[in-house]
Design a protein around this ligand. Sequence first.
Ligand SMILES: Cc1ncc(COP(=O)(O)O)c(C=O)c1O
Length: 364
Amino acid sequence: MSGYGDGTRAVRAGLPGEEQGTPFLPGPVFAAPFHLLGDVDSSPFSYNRYGNPTWARYEAALGELEEADVVLFPSGMAAATALLLTNLSPGDALAIDHGCYHGVRAVAETYLEPRGVELRQVPPAELAGAAEGARVLWMESPSNPELEVYDLEALARGAHAITVVDNTTAGPLNQRPLDLGADYVLTSATKHLSGHADLMLGYVATRYAEAAGALRDWRTRTGSIPGPFETWLAHRSLATYALRLERASANALALAELLAGRDDVSGVRYPGLPGDPGHDVARRQMRGYGTVIAFDLGDRGRAERFLTSSELIADATSFGGLQTTAERRARWGGDNVGEGFIRLSAGCEDAADLLADTERALTA
Ligand SMILES: Cc1ncc(COP(=O)(O)O)c(C=O)c1O
C-alpha cells in the first residue's frame, strides 16, 4: 500500500487480497499445536509459541505503516523488555531519558542494574554525552507524562550506540523514528492503535532483518506471546486509527488552547501549541501533535475536584482511547511531577461538549 495517504493505508493495512466468498479481515486463529505433517519447517505454523497467522497478518499491517519488520508482543512492556534484554549484557551501559515511561525505567533498575548493566538516567539535554560509550541509547519524545519534546534525529544519527525510540505517545502516523535514524521503534499498541481501551499489545519495528529475527527468537523462547483475539481486535481497530486520531487530535488542540488561556491552570504542555517549548522541534519531526495534554492544577485537592466534577472526562490511566480520560499522575509515584499534575487524553466526543465540560469542571 505504498504511495497512499495515511488514512488509506490504515484502512487497508494487512488485509488479504480479494477472494470470492472470503471476509475482508479473516477471524482470529486459535491453536496450541497446528497440524504438522512431517518436518517442522514444512509449515509456517507448528506450535503457537512459534508463530500464529493472526499475529503475522497484524505484523504485516503495522509493517506497512512503519515500512519495517514488526515483531508483536503481548504489551508495550513486553516489547520494551525484549529490546532491553536482547541488546544489553553485563558490563554494558544504557543511556536513558530520565523522563521516559516509568515502567521502562523500573525494568532497567530492577532487572538490569543488579545484573551489571550501568544505568545512565539523564535529562534529554545530556543524552548525547551519556550515549558516549553506551551500548544502547533509549529516547522517548514526546515523553509520557511530561510531554518533553527533543530532537530525535540529531541524537539518533549522532550516537555510536544502538538507538531506540519509544514512540507510544506519538504513534506511527504522527512520528516515524526509523526515518529519523533510530534502529528500533517501540510502541504500545494498547493506546491509539487499538484505541478502544479494551486490550493490551505492543510491538517493535526495525529495518534490520537480523534484529527482528533476534526479537522473534526471544518471543518464542520466553513465551512472551500475544493472544490471537486481542491481535485480531487490534487489527480490526487499525482501520479507524487515522480517523480517530484526526478527531481526537483536533479535540486535544482545542482543549490545550482553552487550558493555556486560563490563569488558574499552569504548566500546560501540548506540542501543537505554538508557545510550547517543544513546538519548533515537534513541527519538524512530527506529522501531527497527538491527543495527550499535560497541565497542573496546583495541588492534589483541586486536581481531584476537577476529575470528579467532570462528566465527560473519565478518571483513568492510559491514553489514546475513544473516550476522553485524565488522571492525577502523582497517584502512581514514579514520575517527577507535582501533586496537581494532570495528564489528559482527548477522545472523540464533540469538541463543544468537551470544552464546556472542562470549563465547568475547572470552575468547580
Ligand atoms: C511511553 C510508554 N511506553 C511503554 C508503555 C507500556 O505499554 P503497555 O502498558 O502496553 O505495557 C506505556 C504505557 O503506558 C507508555 O506510555
